[in-house]
Design a binder for this molecule. Sequence first.
Ligand code: GDP
Length: 296
Amino acid sequence: MAFEGLSSRLQNVFSKLRGKGKLTEDDVNEALREVRLALLEADVNFKVVKEFIAKVKERAIGQEVLQSFTPAMVVIDIVNKELTALMGGTQSKLARANKPPTVIMMVGLQGAGKTTTTGKLAKLLLQQNHRPLLAAADIYRPAAIKQLQVLGEQLKVPVFSLGDKVSPVDIAKQALQHAKDHNNDYLIVDTAGRLHIDESLMEELKQIVEAVSPDEILLVVDAMTGQDAVNVAESFHKQLELTGVVLTKLDGDTRGGAAISVKAVTGCPIKFAAMGEKMDALEPFHPERMASRILG
Ligand code: GDP
């Protein structure tokens, strides 16, 4: 289960705090020291932790809290609210073009779950009565095109492909025309990933952006990779101005760092969370629900 370590540590801290009745400033400081350690251990970015603790402390040391009849509850509530704010506050919804099709470009490193997420997103859109078209623009990874076609068949969603000999930029352009001609109101472009960020990957992605002006550029990152996921998001965001992040593999035993830090570090909201390999394992990301889940 994701966040297990973090959740159980935080629950321990808070149950100790609840056991105390009235709280002194020292009690709160001690509890927040433990919260700090728990967050660091969950691989949350150091600066993010520091600022988070400072904010919580500023609110929790106030007289109303210490003199409240249920001070521990008030402290926990403050942590909950600040954690929610850290992850973006409110749900960040998928953009929609004024004039269809809405173009969504999926980017990310190889193995993050980009192609799988493309299929899952198509399924979500289908459920909302949209007519997505998928474009197979990952011409480098062997079998990526086939993988998308298989998903398309399974979901009954059309897949636009020109094989692996045409440039991804041309594939994206022609896919957009195809979507317009066939009344598809969403186009999801599955682009190539690499094992590492490199210039040629970014250059190609920039050319696709120029060619089809996407309404959404979603970065798919593997939550299991913790702060690496955050670093990847930062690099992609600098180069491409992402509109959102999709965190995958939240069904694994991720420690939580990526989910908690990515918005704070990059300014880019998490739009979806993927929690499994199956096509229905994608959900819009709700910061407040995630905070409650982490706090247990
Ligand atoms: P891509 O290279 O980024 O296109 O990655 P793929 O979509 O091929 O996914 C790589 C692997 O991760 C596949 O085995 C997927 O089934 C798996 N995967 C993708 N998303 C999730 C997820 O949310 N949870 C789990 N457990 N596995 C996932």
